[in-house]
Design a protein around this ligand. Structure first.
Ligand code: FES
Length: 76
């Protein structure tokens, strides 16, 4: 499937670039020319990045107070 019609880049091209080390849209833009013209391919490219790198998502931080504990002090 074509991801970027402007540059003729396919999903396989994107997946190959990701396997070779591309970690974000900027990397894909540099390596493949993604999102340099009309930008319509950016959303699909980001989706392919997320699918290929699910372990790199930002961690969710949750504070669970201990029984009888208080909120952590605010840092300046
Ligand atoms: S479709 Fe990728 S820049 Fe236009």
């Amino acid at each position: 499937m074509y991801v970027c019609l402007c540059k003729g880049v396919t999903d396989r091209d994107v997946q190959t670039a990701i396997k070779a080390g591309a970690r974000n849209l900027r990397d894909l833009s540099v390596q493949l020319g993604i999102a340099r013209d009309c930008g319509q391919c950016a959303r699909v490219s980001k989706q392919l990045l997320r699918e290929a790198q699910p372990h790199t998502a930002s961690p969710i931080r949750v504070w669970i107070p201990a029984a009888g504990g208080s909120a952590p002090a605010a840092s300046a």
